[in-house]
Ligand binder design. Structure first.
Ligand code: PLP
Length: 400
């Protein structure tokens, strides 16, 4: 057996994949499960996107492309960025990945030296800390509070900054909390960063189209265009267009960073799939009908899930402004006793109790750096959401 590299001790399997495996194992054993764990749209990829992919296959767009994407896709990305941020990016300021996830990983490979620090506000998307550590960096986790809407404050940022800080990661809308940073909040954070020229901002905007607010989700680069070279925007087609399996993500930022990511891409995968790139062009250029329709449905489901959770004593859900997750404070149930006489002392105890008594599966807060909470997805049909809420209510009612 080849001996694994030391860096493998600094990375673990994504908790979401682990939970998905557990759900499959339970189902295979014939047990009913209600998975509120789903991290991807349950809608099908729109037909016009599929048609574009089929056309690309038929017309021979089946070869390697440039590492940072076909000219057609670069053009679509640049237009989308201009619509969102008002900034016009050049092709050298665009990079492409097999998903936003791979791009974030490559950005860390490209920039982190041993001991460099990355500020990660908690609750955080499960992958950021591992992506930092496996690349030799050190995640500096900054806890946020419900009172601050689970958002990094200027004071919190200032206190976490140091000589070794390379990045601050902002995820807006946030997975798992659904928090969206306002223009004013972004401006205040940018004001702090202006005084620290060695620090860059990685903005993960993958959920920006799944937006329940009246206005579009603001981007840091819009409020601080002077920091444009220090802001790396990350987005993709996975969530907005129900294209998680197509694996296309994109980034926009300083040309040397994008070139470095392109170099890494060229030496690791050559390029993301040419067929998926053609599909992504159709998605980005295809108008808002799909997004508007699905966001209307997400909104109904969100309201259903939030009101259902809110009615359960001991649970305090926050109302998400974007994304498709409800973040719920369940800390009031710590110390409660199950019918079999065991005390709930950890997130694992709570998750185990839910699974045993109602088959409901959630991803608990410890995975996001914030124990005592859980994330429940509403990328599910309303009947399943209703059934899961009843299940949760039953499980919680059994606790003493
Ligand atoms: N960023 C966040 C916050 C996510 O939740 C996800 C997917 O779960 C991603 C990035 C990855 O998206 P992609 O499918 O484009 O790799």
């Amino acid at each position: 057996t080849p001996v694994l590299a030391e860096r493998m001790s600094r990375v673990k399997e994504s908790p979401s994949s682990r939970v998905a495996d557990r759900v499959r194992a339970f189902q295979a054993a014939g047990r009913k499960v209600l998975p509120l764990t789903i991290g991807e749209p349950d809608f099908d990829t729109p037909d016009h996107v599929k048609d574009a992919a089929i056309k690309a296959i038929r017309e021979g767009e089946t070869k390697y492309t440039s590492a940072n994407g076909t000219p057609a896709l670069q053009k679509s990305i640049i237009s989308r960025l201009e619509r969102k941020t008002g900034q016009s990016y050049g092709t050298g300021e665009i990079c492409l990945g097999g998903g936003a996830k791979q791009l974030i990983f490559l950005a860390f490979v490209a920039t982190l030296d041993e001991g460099d620090e990355v500020i990660v506000p908690a609750p955080y998307w499960v992958s950021y800390p591992d992506m930092v550590t496996v690349n030799g960096g050190r995640p500096v986790v900054v806890d946020t509070t419900a009172a601050d809407g689970y958002k990094l404050t200027p004071g919190g940022l200032r206190a976490a900054l140091g000589d070794r800080t390379k990045w601050v990661v902002l995820n807006t809308p946030n997975n798992p909390t659904g928090a969206v940073y306002s223009e004013e909040e972004l401006r205040q954070l940018a004001d702090v960063l202006r005084a620290h020229p060695h620090v860059s901002l990685l903005c993960d905007e993958i959920y920006d189209e799944i937006n329940f607010g009246a206005d579009p989700v603001p981007s840091a680069v819009t409020v601080a265009p002077d920091l444009r070279d220090r802001i790396f925007l990350v987005n993709g087609v996975s969530k907005a267009y129900a294209m998680t399996g197509w694996r296309i993500g994109y980034g926009a930022g300083a040309a040397p960073l994008c070139a470095a990511i392109g170099t890494l891409q060229s030496q690791s995968s050559s390029c993301p799939s040419s067929v998926s790139q053609a599909a992504a062009v159709a998605a980005l250029d295809g108008g808002r009908e799909f997004i508007d329709r699905t966001v209307r449905i997400y909104r109904e489901r969100r309201d259903l899930l939030v009101s259902g959770l809110d009615a359960i004593e001991g649970l305090r859900p926050s109302v998400p402004r974007g994304g498709f997750y409800v973040w719920t404070d369940a800390s009031a149930l710590t110390g409660a006793v199950t019918p079999s006489g065991s005390t709930i002392t950890s997130d694992a105890d709570f998750a185990g109790h839910l699974l045993e008594t109602s088959g409901v599966v959630v991803i608990t807060g410890d995975a996001y750096g914030c124990p005592g909470h859980f994330r429940a997805s509403f990328a599910l049909d309303s009947d399943t959401i209703r059934e899961a809420v009843s299940g949760l209510a039953h499980s919680v009612s059994l606790l003493r």
